[in-house]
Design a protein around this ligand. Structure first.
Ligand code: GTP
Ligand code: MG
Length: 352
């Protein structure tokens, strides 16, 4: 399970100031007060919607400010209120006060609107101070400041798909191709040091896939080699594995890695060695990656050979060109949907 976590600063709008003004009309030398009230400042609202699946997009911005209310004006014109700033969050978002650490909101129900920072009330114009004793009040009040705060949002996420494969297989490239995730990518092993999460939206609303890039699997990972196999605990809760095999390496000394079948078997052995071995029974979609770098018939031939050896289908894909990614996603989606429903989530939630 992943914890998606972002910290933001939110600031609601200040209320507009009330106006001090007097009616001036020819023939009416002593007009009454006509200063309007200030408008209320905009609030920062959290709106809960399943259309949002992670907090990633929210984290792209650090400051969220709602606009202030406008000041009141003469002729009893009230200032316009500031527009509320609405941040859409996924169901299951926990909001903490970042300084105090206290839980501010537990947002589970779609459709909920939660006022995170209330906009300041607008000030009163002098018209509103007029009474029988004081018909020409020279007072107005200022708008109140809007609430502000620093908040930490947390979301517990379960990836539906765990992307496995040897270092350099192109796991991170694939993930960044199909989602907005930005794991580090480079032409050496162990580029990615932590699992990354992304949401593939290409298949349309309601058919998104949450994918996790699981780095660090090498021969001996289950004995603690390299990054070890600790990250496989994230795979335990996924529904399906996407196993990427580098189609360009052949096992020749300068080809960059083992032949596809050896690469495949190495990962399978590490999966089987983890925990009680249950990972080896997870449904798996296998794809030969980097086919953009191969002649089409060569790619086909290598996929066919791998498929024959492992006795299961092998898709062709390229995270760089995007070739085949759609079919991989469709296959993953169908495989996830064919699984029995996930076990109920542990509902105990503790702030860190
Ligand atoms: N030609 C080609 N190169 C690719 C493709 N996918 C990845 N690469 C290259 O392969 C290298 C490794 O890619 P990564 O996405 O970092 O591989 P990874 O599996 O995440 O590797 P680790 O994080 O080290 O486990 C990089 O140089 C990529 O540019 C592909 O589809 N085609
Ligand atoms: Mg990587």
């Amino acid at each position: 399970m992943f914890v998606d976590r972002v910290t933001i600063e939110a600031q609601a709008g200040k209320g507009g100031d009330g106006a001090i003004s007097f009616l001036r009309e020819s023939g009416k030398p002593k007009g009454g007060p006509d200063g309007g009230d200030g408008g209320d400042g905009g609030s920062v609202i959290l709106h809960v919607s399943p259309a949002r699946m992670t907090l990633q997009d929210i984290g792209h911005r650090r400051h969220y400010r709602a606009p202030p209310g406008q000041n009141g004006r003469g002729k009893n014109m009230a200032g316009r209120g500031g527009r509320d700033l609405v941040i859409t969050v996924p169901p299951g978002t926990l909001v903490f006060d970042d300084e105090a650490g206290a839980l501010v909101a537990d947002l589970t129900d779609p459709g909920t609107d939660f006022v995170l920072c209330r906009g300041g009330r607008g000030g009163r114009g002098n018209t509103s101070f007029a009474n029988a004793l004081n018909q020409v009040p020279r007072v107005a009040t200022r708008g109140e400041p809007g609430q502000r705060g620093k908040f930490r949002f947390e979301l517990k996420l379960i990836a539906e798909v765990g992307i496995v494969g040897l270092p350099n297989a192109g796991k991170s490239t694939f993930l960044s191709r199909v989602s907005r995730a930005t794991p580090k990518i480079a032409a050496y092993p162990f580029t990615t040091l932590h699992p990354h999460l992304g949401v593939a939206t290409e298949l349309g609303v309601g058919r998104e896939l949450v994918l996790a890039d699981i780095p660090g699997l090498i021969e001996g990972a289950s004995q603690g080699k390299g990054l070890g196999d600790d990250f496989l605990r994230h795979v335990e809760r996924t529904r399906v594995l996407l196993h990427l095999v580098d189609g360009t390496s052949t096992g020749e000394p300068d080809s960059g890695g083992p032949a596809p079948l050896d690469a495949y078997r190495t990962i399978r052995a590490e999966l089987a060695a983890y925990g009680d071995g249950a990972l080896a029974h997870k449904p798996e979609v296998v794809a030969l990656n980097k086919v953009d770098a191969l002649a089409p018939d060569e790619a086909e031939a290598r996929a066919r050979a791998l498929s024959a050896a492992i006795e299961r289908p092998v898709l062709l894909v390229s995270g760089v060109s995007g070739h085949g990614t759609r079919q991989v996603l469709e296959t993953l989606r169908a495989t996830v949907d064919a699984q029995p429903p996930a076990p109920p989530e542990d509902s105990s939630v503790l702030p860190p």
